[in-house]
Design a protein around this ligand. Structure first.
Ligand code: ADP
Ligand code: MG
Length: 258
């Protein structure tokens, strides 16, 4: 579904990603972990074509990114960015409808079918009562749900999320992860998300990719790669990993900090 081959990319002369090699099959649920500045956002932005790459290639459905038109790409990949600012205020319904933009013909307006798709998504994400509310008047968790709803309206096979729940309380973090897990299972979407919540990634994701200084440090199932040694190499922090007694997945605990 998504292949990243010896990818080198960055900003102008500054190379951030070095020879990144990753392959994601259809329907996978994967978390991208790494310290600040590792190049995680750069990787997602390169995958959706916002940033050019200098060497290597990105294949989407076996076809090089260079050969996709923007419109076609938007029907296949959705990126939910970390920062989302609006120049004008829109209602929740209007914003989610914008996800249908790649399907509009020239001069065409949103159809009844588009509105129906949006209504179904809003219902699925418990947002129906918010349809006519202004985005600026929502809480952080509601805003995140709206951005997921908008990406869902794009009806893509691949969904990328940049720190989908960094500023949310733990209950809303779980809620977002649960929604994503459902989308992944029911719709068979490939989901790649950047996260700083190691335990949630371990519990929900089938695969973890660790990125440091623009290189893949480890890649595998949570049980295989979430361990003290890798976390130390990744974050340069002394952390302790134990097995969750209920789920048997590796979980991070804080050791004696003195
Ligand atoms: P992460 O998302 O893992 O925290 P980023 O991909 O945002 O890291 O950043 C990786 C590196 O690229 C950092 O050193 C950052 O300073 C640099 N960088 C990010 N955005 C830009 C930009 N627009 N122009 C130049 N350098 C940038
Ligand atoms: Mg980032």
């Amino acid at each position: 579904m998504l292949e990243i081959k010896k990818l080198t990319a960055g900003y102008g002369e500054q190379e951030i990603l070095h020879q990144v090699d990753l392959e994601f099959p259809k329907g996978e649920f994967c978390a991208l972990l790494g310290p600040n500045g590792a190049g995680k956002t750069t990787l997602l932005k390169t995958i959706v074509g916002y940033l050019p790459y200098t060497s290597g290639d990105i294949l989407i459905k076996k076809r090089s990114l260079q050969k996709w038109s923007k419109r076609e790409l938007a029907r296949n990949i959705a990126l939910i960015s970390q920062e989302f600012s609006l120049q004008f205020d829109y209602t929740v319904e209007e914003l989610v409808l914008m996800g249908r933009f790649p399907y509009l013909g020239y001069w065409q307006n949103y159809s009844d079918k588009d509105r129906q798709i949006v209504a179904e998504i809003l219902a699925k994400l418990d947002l129906s009562n918010y349809a006519s509310k202004l985005y600026s008047q929502l809480s952080g968790g509601e805003k995140k749900r709206v951005s997921i709803a908008r990406a869902m309206a794009q009806q893509t096979d691949i969904m990328l999320l940049d720190e989908a729940f960094t500023q949310l309380d733990i209950n809303h973090q779980i809620e977002i992860m649960h929604i994503l897990s459902q989308i992944n299972k029911q719709d068979g979407k490939l989901i790649l998300l950047i996260s700083h919540n190691i335990n949630l990634a371990s519990e929900y994701c089938e695969r973890i990719v660790m990125l440091k200084q623009g290189r893949v440090l480890a890649d595998g199932k949570p049980a295989e790669i979430i361990n003290q040694e890798n976390l130390h190499r990744l974050y340069n922090a002394r952390l302790q990993v134990i097995q969750n007694p209920v789920t048997k997945n590796p979980n991070l605990i804080y050791p004696e900090l003195k």
